[in-house]
Design a protein around this ligand. Structure first.
Ligand code: CMC
Length: 429
């Protein structure tokens, strides 16, 4: 009868150990009993960048990177993108089940009625330099929100947690739009409660002199689906930051500012901005082969390609390609799409990309759509952050309620000098 255990023989001592296997994992702490002597600390697992370490159990998002599968709470991303809305998906991520009609109405009402930010936040945004990057403003403004809700520190109180969750989902589009308005020198446009979550965001971004802004329904739906596609992605860099910061028990605004900062980098949510800049730099289809040569020589990375988990098509990238067509029917074609499609075609035939299993990821086509919708390139990572907000919050809450979790504190392998005595400055060579 096979046993769910792993037998390890320590060849240094000849001793044998039997470690339990659960959910395809062994507990790293079980290695600590493997010692060469009583004063030996015990064996540790060494895993820079968490290439093969599960840091939590989670019931939120399932990814099979080899098969290109993504599910939120068991629901395939393709079905949610086709049938759900961003706020319904946010509810699903946070509560584990799709809402009833009454629950959805109450949830949408709550979020809709918390979109306004304190007037002092506007002053704070006003203080940024005119060319401040919107993501820098966004990260800072999210952190600043914590100073307006002192009760947010009471993270053990479910009602308090829910209040902050609603506020964060409701206010992130307002912060994002105000950051954009500041950078282009336009007056802030206040939320319009008659509009949907995404329609209102478009209103706050793009309203000019009209009395009432009416979003184009195709663009409104396209952006809503893009938010759904970004809503969660299990233990990625920014979510790990959210959980890591949250593990020392600060308020969720402080946690989310840290998560958004992690998202900002070009290897993560900043990649959508970099893809656009890369496509502009390439400039024409003729220039693609030379650019691919530079990638193969290691001079540049093909932004929007590759993923730690997906070793197949990113299912989000497939859906985004379809959305692009719907958006271009309204906005006219973004000429960069031709370069992107050809780049993808050539790259997927090249041994360099095939052997490394590098496929387009969610960021490869999203920026082209955002640009067609008239979003400035700088704000692309902020759009990612709006979409990811419910995922960060669901993961944060799951971490807080998980009895196995404690303050996050990895170990290290020390490689510095052994103990030595202080040398007086006149004796140093
Ligand atoms: N262009 C060229 N080569 C690449 C790329 C790329 N985009 N991505 C990976 N490689 C190569 C890399 O050089 C390495 O080659 P070698 O084995 O010869 O050294 C191999 O593929 C494995 O790469 P890695 O860096 O070890 O893989 P990783 O899992 O650490 O990195 C990644 C994942 C997403 C950071 C990386 O693929 C990358 O930098 N991609 C471009 C940035 C990007 O599009 N990021 C968005 C990710 S999806 C949205 C999100 O969730 O943030």
């Amino acid at each position: 009868m096979p046993k769910d255990t792993l037998t390890v023989v320590d060849n240094r001592t000849g001793k044998s150990y039997e470690l339990p296997i659960q959910n395809g994992t062994v507990r790293a702490a079980d290695f600590r009993q493997i010692k060469t002597s009583d004063d030996d600390f015990g064996l540790m697992a060494y895993d820079p960048a968490f290439m093969n370490t599960a840091a939590c159990r989670s019931a939120i998002t399932y990814i099979d990177g080899d098969k290109g599968i993504l599910q939120y709470r068991g629901y395939p991303i393709e079905q949610l993108a086709e049938k759900s809305t961003f706020l319904e998906t946010a509810y699903l991520l946070l509560h584990g089940e799709l809402p009833t009609a009454a629950e959805l109405d109450a949830w949408v009402y709550q979020v809709t009625h918390h979109t306004i930010i304190h007037e002092n936040i506007k002053k704070f945004i006003d203080g940024f330099h005119h060319d401040a990057h919107p993501m820098g403003m966004f990260v800072s403004a999210v952190a600043a929100l914590s100073t307006f809700y002192a009760e947010a520190k009471r993270i053990a109180d479910e009602q308090m947690r829910n209040n902050q969750i609603v506020r964060l989902i409701a206010k992130t589009p307002t912060l994002a739009a105000f950051a954009h308005r500041h950078s282009v020198g336009m007056p802030y446009a206040y939320p319009d409660n008659d509009l949907s979550y995404t329609g209102n965001f478009l209103n706050m971004m793009f309203k000019t002199t009209e009395v009432k802004y009416g979003p184009h329904p195709v663009l409104e739906r396209a952006l809503d689906v893009l938010f759904i596609l970004h809503a969660d992605h299990e233990q990625n860099c920014s979510t790990s930051a959210m959980r890591g910061i949250g593990s020392s028990h600060p308020d969720p605004y402080s946690c989310m500012a840290g998560a958004a900062a992690a998202l900002y980098g070009p290897l993560h949510g900043g990649a959508n901005e970099e893809v656009l800049r890369m496509l502009r730099e390439i400039g024409s289809i003729d220039a693609i082969p030379a650019y691919i040569q530079r990638v193969k020589k290691g001079e540049v990375r093909l932004m929007g390609f590759g993923h730690r988990v997906y070793k197949n098509f990113d299912p989000r990238a497939k859906i985004i390609k379809q959305i692009a067509e719907q958006v271009f029917d309204v906005t006219g074609k973004n000429p960069l799409i031709d370069i992107a499609v050809e780049l993808e075609r050539i790259a997927l035939q090249e041994e360099y990309f095939v052997s490394r299993k590098l496929y387009p990821n969610v960021d490869f086509y999203s920026g082209i759509i955002y640009e067609a919708m008239k979003f400035p390139v700088d704000i692309f990572p902020v759009l990612f952050a709006i979409g990811r907000t419910p995922g960060w919050l669901a993961q944060w809450q799951e971490m807080l309620l998980d009895k196995e979790q404690k303050i996050a504190r990895p170990r290290q392998v020390y490689t510095g000098p052994a103990k030595r005595d202080y040398v007086a400055i006149e004796k140093r060579s």
